[in-house]
Design a protein around this ligand. Sequence first.
Ligand code: FEO
Length: 405
Amino acid sequence: MYSVRNVTEDLYWVGANDHRLALFENAYPIPRGVSYNAYLLMDEKTALFDTVDWSGCRQLLENIDHVLAGRPLDYLVINHLEPDHAGSIEELLLRWPKVVIISNEKAFMLMRQFGFHVDDHDIIEVKEGDTFSFGKHVVTFVFAPMVHWPEVMVTFDTTDGVLFSADAFGTFGALDGKLFADEVDFDRDWLDDARRYLTNIVGKYGPHIQLILQKAGGILDQIKYICPLHGPVWRKDLMYFIQKYDLWSKYEPEVKGALIVYASMYGNTESAAQALAGKLCDKGMTNVAMYDVSSTNVSQLISESFKYSHLVLASVTYNLGIYPAMHNYLMDMKALNVQNRTVALIENGSWVVKSGDLMHKFLDEEMKNMTVLNERMSIASSYREDKAIELEALADAIIESIQAE
Ligand code: FEO
C-alpha cells in the first residue's frame, strides 16, 4: 500500500522506512530505524529526486505509482550514488525505460560501476551551477563532494526554495508517519541520533561540510525547505539545525561538560571514574556523562565526543598497552577527525601502569589539537583513599579548564 506525504503542493515524499536493518552500513546500530527519502515533483514534467535502498524499493514503486496516477515518470535526478539511495535505480529504469537521468559525471561513472546500464537510457550530465526547468520549477545543481561521497551534489529548487540536500541534514530514525521536523520534538527525541549520524558517517569531512554551508549561506534567505535523504524535512527554524551542523563540522563542542569513558576489567577503573564523576558533581558540575567503553557502541561514544568540550579517558593497562576497546575508541576518534578537545586521564595497572602515557602519546601524536591536562590520576589495581588528593586535583583541573573556555 502506498504511503506518501506532501512536502509542498506539488512535491511528494515517496520514500520508505526501514525497521528491519540492524546495522546501517553494516556498522552502526539503528534501534529507531532509518528512512530513505525520495521526492517526486509533479510539474509539467515529473521528476523523482533520488531513489531508496533496495529493501524499500517496493514501497517506493507503490508510492510513485500512486502519485503519478498514470502519468509517465519523465526525469530521475540522482544526487548521491550510495546504495542506500541508489539501490532502486536499476528497477526504476526497468519500469520507466524512457525516464531521463539527470546527474553528474562522477555519479554516472559510479552507476556504471554498480552495473545500472544507464547508457541504455537518455542521460543529462550536469555541471556545477547548471540549471534545469521541469515547467514551473527551475532547479540549480550545486556540487557537494565528500558530503558524503565524491559525486554528491545537492539540488536547489529556486521556485519553491526547496533544497534537496542529499545526506546533509539527515539523521538516523524512521519517520513513521511524521515528515517534518516541526512534527516531532527534535531536540528531545532526534538530536542525539542526528549527531550520531552526522559525526559517524560524515564526521571526517568537516571542511567539506563547511564548504557547502558557505554555499548555502549565500542563498539562506531563499531556502524554505531542506529535504534530506534521511529523517525529517525542515520547513521551520532551519537555523537551529544549520547551526548544529556548523558546530559539528568545525569540531566545536555543543556543551561545556565532561564525557567520562572508562575501560575497566573488574570494576576498579570504573570505581575511580565513578569517584571522579561524583567529585565533579559535588563541585557543581551538571554536564557529566559516563560510559563503559566495553558495553557502549563506539558510534555513540563518537557522537558524545563531538558533543562535550572535555573528555576523561580512564583505562586499565592491558598486556602492557591500552585496553583494546579504549584503543579502538581512540582510533575511531582519529579516523573521524575528533579534535579541539581537552582531555584528562586516569590510568590503572596491576603489573605496571602504562595506559596513561600511551593514551597521552596517542592524543599528542595521532590526533589534532588535543590538550591533555597535566593532572592525572594513576592507580595501582584499585582506587583507594590515598589517591583522594589526586582525585581532587584532577576534578579541580577539569573544572578550571571548563571555566577558562
Ligand atoms: Fe545515506 Fe551516503 O548515503
